[in-house]
Design a protein. Sequence first.
Length: 131
Amino acid sequence: MKRVVAALIWKDGKLLICQRTRHQVMPLKWEFPGGKIEEGEQPRDAMRRELDEELGIQANVGDEVTRFRHEYPNGNAVELRFYDVQGYSGDMENKIFRAIRWVQPADLPSYDFLEADLELVKDLANGKLAP
């Protein structure tokens, strides 16, 4: 099972979401920034590394908000750990995505998210999780 971290980055009540490029697996799907936990790496360290690589920021990684396991129809399984990121330093720069966008939680369901993120998207849109 692939272990993945993802960030809930809040600013002025909005969340940062990112769109994959046409050349990535599951092209043009929206997701929360993050990525795979490397062998021997702690989840929070992975979260900081991924946000630096993808967005050029040094994140203040807070608490784990929730964790989901998801199995895709092709049999690939993923464990997603979502972390609260209330602040960061550095100028945010889109290094790998097709697009990045700040959106209100209620608007999240209107984006075509990765299947593994849909449960969290629903919870955020319904106000079950907030900064």
